[in-house]
Design a protein around this ligand. Structure first.
Ligand code: FAD
Length: 319
């Protein structure tokens, strides 16, 4: 069936059609009086000295944006435990940025995980991103005998160790191995009920799916913030491959945006900024005022997007 409006529109002259078609809503208010959004940045622990210098350069560049926290991931199976701890402890000791340490359940007993958490607390780290984690090598997840089985158990365990601020993961497109979207949402609620104060989402490109997920979460009685985790894309081929593994759908428009740009890094970067800016502005227009960025230890794109969101550098942070 063809809708009468569509039939009407197809018979109009261009200018008439432009001026009578539905108007998009206004862009969010960015007057000086409007409060800028709260940001957080995620980094991974670098493997080499050269990459470590890049990590600190990235921290230095983003620090003046006064993030609410900066977090450092934990490698699959706890493989980066030492490096993650060293970086987070150094962030706590040498900078004014509030650090958060990612911690997983994989491959360790409860006592071992609790000990890592106690060391964080002793180092002045007050925020943990509590995750189940994945097995190294992509094999199916099996809880460690004597370990925390799922993230909700880890959250409960951390609450017994110390008065940490705890963030957990959320999946607008459902975790790939969840029994159902409803079971996954129940799991998110269990994590928050166990003592987490915020969820951070897996990255997504389909903003509508995220906003619907917020509706479902609210209907399920969740009121804690479910902060959008955003991955600014500059290497489309890599992101498409990675997304298939973590259950993030890649809309056709994104492929078209990067079509033919494989050998043109500069245009790719410009397109990437526009794509990410559109996504954050749309989220902002829908009332979202907290954003978490997967920086991949590269600051420029994130800095530009933060600027577009209305965030301006504050007094130089101590880094
Ligand atoms: C913001 C963010 C940061 C991340 N950082 C890291 C990191 O630093 N290191 C890392 O290795 N990984 C990281 N991950 C990936 C994460 O570890 C994986 O996605 C992992 O597969 C699930 O972790 P979770 O904490 O969401 O698990 P959970 O919340 O425990 O859920 C995992 C799955 O099990 C199901 N489930 C939960 N409880 C039960 C139960 N009792 N019985 C049966 N099924 C159950 C859930 O529905 C879900 O399908 C991160 C993900 C996000 C979104």
């Amino acid at each position: 069936m063809i809708h009468a409006d569509a039939l009407h529109a197809s018979t109009l002259a261009p200018l008439e059609r432009w001026l009578t078609s539905p108007r998009v809503s206004g862009l969010p208010d960015q007057s000086a009086a409007a409060a800028p959004p709260a940001l957080s940045f995620e980094f991974f622990p670098p493997k080499t000295e050269g990459l470590e210098a890049q990590f600190w350069a990235c921290i230095k560049r983003l620090a003046p944006l006064a993030p609410r926290f900066v977090s450092v991931t934990y490698g699959a199976g706890g493989t980066t435990q030492g490096r993650t701890h060293a970086l987070v402890a150094r962030l706590a000791a040498e900078t004014t940025l509030p650090p958060a340490a990612h911690l997983t359940c994989v491959g360790a007993t409860r006592e071992e995980v609790d000990e890592v958490a106690r060391r964080y607390w002793a180092a002045g780290v007050r925020h943990i991103v509590a995750l189940r984690g994945d097995m190294p090598g992509g094999v199916d997840y099996v809880p460690h005998p004597g370990g925390y089985a799922y993230a909700a158990d880890l959250v409960a365990g951390l609450r017994r160790v110390a008065d940490f601020e705890i963030s957990v993961a959320a999946y607008p497109e459902t975790h790939p191995t969840a029994a159902s979207p409803a079971a996954d949402l129940d799991n998110l609620k269990r994590k928050l009920d166990a003592g987490a104060t915020r969820a951070i989402t897996q990255y997504f490109f389909d903003t509508t799916t995220y906003l619907r997920f917020l509706d479902r979460a609210l209907a399920a009685g969740i009121t804690a913030p479910i902060v959008p985790g955003l991955l600014p894309v500059s290497n489309f081929a890599q992101v498409a491959k990675f997304s298939a593994a973590c259950g993030t759908s890649v809309p056709a428009f994104l492929g078209r945006m990067f079509e033919g740009l494989d050998d043109d890094a500069e245009t790719r970067r410009m397109v990437a900024t526009v794509v990410a800016a559109e996504q954050v502005r749309l989220l902002q227009a829908n009332g979202i005022d907290e954003f978490h960025f997967y920086t991949l230890n590269r600051p420029d794109l994130v800095y530009a997007i933060a600027h577009i969101l209305g965030v301006r550098p504050k007094a130089p942070a101590t880094v």
